[in-house]
Design a protein around this ligand. Structure first.
Ligand SMILES: Nc1nc2c(ncn2[C@@H]2O[C@H](COP(=O)(O)OP(=O)(O)OP(=O)(O)O)[C@@H](O)[C@H]2O)c(=O)[nH]1
Ligand SMILES: [Mg+2]
Length: 587
């Protein structure tokens, strides 16, 4: 099989090009270090099946961070038939070192000058034919985002693969600079004026941080106000489906089959599915923030504070990415070279309020708080999630020291494309549903059995197996205001937070709106908030733990990241509950 690799500096558009060529959905974002692992797909070039590999961005071939090692190991072991060097057309002079090193490998090269649209709008003109002559390899000027120049690339790839030309020209970085100067006309002032104007406001020493917090609040407010009616619609669809179609259909089925199917799997799935609109919205908004380049600004705004906690701006961005799912954020730490800093970041990411936890909180916030208070409840949980991360960093920064100075790159602002934003939203939902359904079918059936056995007990009562476990945990959780039913849901939340609400649906034997109403009557808002705090902070889910294990390669560290959050969760919920019930009682 013919292998072609995409290599280049971070944030030069490799993944965008990869997606454009193969129709894949690799993650793209305006932040150096989005791709940290190999992605590959097949495509047809001429009549040849080609294996195209998208690699993490690298600055040179001598790097030693985890993601850079992915590239050097790949190039060393696989020896691709062709390397496509992707270079940002408006910053060619910054990319000479890498190009020169790649030339020295002796593997056929094809140079892609990407983001031609940006170069053009900056007034840069490039003589690609002349450049190709001087470099001794084909050169394609293109815009992967808008699709210009793609036929030319296809043709160049076809030729490069049928008549492979080893690049035997060794050109030093210095000579490459001279060469670029000869073929590239850059106007005296090639600056992104829009970026400069926006940054004057968004990076303002006093305004920057409040604007950032305001923006985040706006995101949650939007998700909540737009998402809630959609969520209710989804719930309605599911309950109608049950009443009109499934119940009449299954009326003659035995109870032991009907129960787990309807009250278990169907209710569980229905409750999870009702969150899909919220998740789509949340990720589309996060996708917009990621794709515009605002993440780098967030990193910049927080860098000084982060440095005091032994972290840097990148750790903060990983925390933000963790809002989606902790797992990719944990993998994103591969761009960090210092082992100390990397471990410290791995330790704090699981406190990030991921979409699975968001689902639990949206549910409880809607069940126990007024529509006016609910967004504030959510916002407060995001702030507490940040506070838990930052306090942990402060406490552990001496154990895990940062030894790597960090230079922050500030990419220009870019307009997100609708296509990318939609892809991001649907992909995350697919991921969420995949996890939720996989865990929920198993988990919910298990919960159903545990709440309905031994035979003859009242479902979900304290005499059932689940009830007995709940009671057994009661001495620990009672001081937090968490009752045995909620305790069982927490127990299942260890596996995946996605099934917390699903298991409550089974424990109470009712779905979405009905469940919310019952919970609203059975527990107080203080108990609910204490439960939310515990869910937010306690031990992360199984996939997160497994990722921490592989990324840290240390059992002791994995154990720490299991036990520490559990202790913090208990302390925080305990403190909140004990103080809050006294305040409420005092009136
Ligand atoms: N204007 C413009 N923007 C582009 C083009 N190609 C990619 N981008 C944007 O540039 C940013 C980086 O794109 P990616 O494809 O994630 O870059 P990458 O090289 O894979 O980055 P890493 O994985 O971090 O190394 C994203 O915001 C893209 O939307 C292009 O042709 N024109
Ligand atoms: Mg990429």
């Amino acid at each position: 099989m013919t292998t072609v690799a995409l290599v280049g500096m971070p944030n030069t558009g490799k993944s965008t090009l990869f997606n454009r060529l193969t129709g894949s959905h690799a993650r793209v974002g305006n932040w150096p270090g989005i791709t940290v692992d190999l992605h590959s797909a097949r495509l047809l070039i001429g009549n040849r099946m080609v294996h195209l590999v998208d690699l993490p961005g690298i600055y040179d071939l001598r790097g030693y961070s985890e993601d850079e090692r992915v590239v050097t190991t790949f190039l060393g072991q696989v020896h691709p038939d062709l390397i496509i060097v992707v270079m940002n057309a408006s910053q060619l002079d910054r990319q000479t070192t890498l190009l020169s090193e790649l030339m020295a490998l002796g593997i056929p090269l094809l140079a892609v000058l990407s983001m031609s649209d940006e170069a053009k709008s900056l007034g840069i003109s490039i003589d690609d034919a002349g450049l190709s002559q001087s470099l001794g390899c084909p050169v394609c000027l293109l815009s992967a985002k808008h699709g210009q120049g793609m036929e030319h690339l296809h043709e160049a790839m076809r030729q490069a693969l049928t008549q492979p030309r080893r690049s035997d020209l060794a050109i030093s970085a210095q000579d490459l600079s001279t060469l670029f100067k000869r073929h590239v006309q850059t106007p005296a002032q090639a600056t992104h004026t829009l970026t400069e104007r926006l940054d004057r406001v968004l990076l303002h020493p006093w305004l920057g941080l409040p604007l950032f917090l305001g923006l985040m609040f706006l995101v949650f407010q939007t998700v909540f106000t737009l998402g809630k009616p959609l969520q209710d619609g989804m719930s309605w669809l599911f309950s109608e489906g049950r009443a009109q179609v499934l119940e009449p259909l299954m009326v003659t089925w035995p109870a032991w089959l009907q129960g787990p199917l309807l009250d278990g799997i169907y209710n569980g799935l229905g409750t999870v599915a009702s969150f899909v609109p919220l998740i789509v919205l949340f990720f589309m908004l996060l996708g917009i923030i990621e794709d515009t380049g605002y993440l780098s600004r967030a990193a910049f705004l927080m860098d000084a504070l982060m440095a005091r906690l032994g972290l840097d701006g990148r750790s903060f961005v990983m925390l933000l990415m963790g809002f989606g799912c902790n797992v990719p954020a944990l993998m994103g730490t591969r761009v960090i070279r210092s082992r100390g800093l990397r471990l410290l970041t791995l330790l704090i990411i699981p406190f990030s309020l991921c979409s699975a936890r968001l689902q639990v909180f949206v549910f409880f916030a809607a069940a126990l708080f007024t529509p006016r208070h609910a967004p504030w409840v959510l916002f407060s949980l995001y702030l507490i999630s940040m506070a838990a991360s930052l306090t942990t960093a402060l406490l552990f920064k001496r154990q895990y020291r940062n030894s790597d100075p960090f230079v922050l790159e500030m990419p220009p602002y870019r307009f997100p494309t609708l296509r990318q934003v939609v892809i991001r939203g649907t992909q995350e939902v697919r991921h969420f549903l995949h996890r939720a359904t996989r865990f929920i079918v198993l988990g919910v059936v298990l919960v159903w059995w545990m709440t309905h056995f031994p035979p003859g007990v009242e479902p979900g009562s304290l005499q059932s197996w689940a009830g007995q476990i709940g009671q057994w945990l009661d001495p620990v959780l009672h001081p937090l205001g968490i009752d045995p039913q909620l305790a069982i849901a927490l127990l299942f939340g260890f596996v995946a937070k996605e099934i917390v609400i699903g298991s409550l649906a089974v424990i109470y034997g009712m779905e979405g709106p009905q469940l919310a109403q019952t919970l609203g009557q059975q527990i107080t808002w203080v108990q609910a908030y204490s439960f939310m705090l515990f869910t937010l902070i306690y031990t992360p889910c199984v996939s997160t733990i497994a990722t921490i294990r592989t990324e840290s390669r240390s059992l002791a560290f994995t154990a720490l990241s299991l036990v520490w959050p559990l202790c913090v969760a208990w302390l925080v919920s305990f403190a909140f509950y004990q103080i809050a019930i006294r305040l409420v009682a005092a009136g």
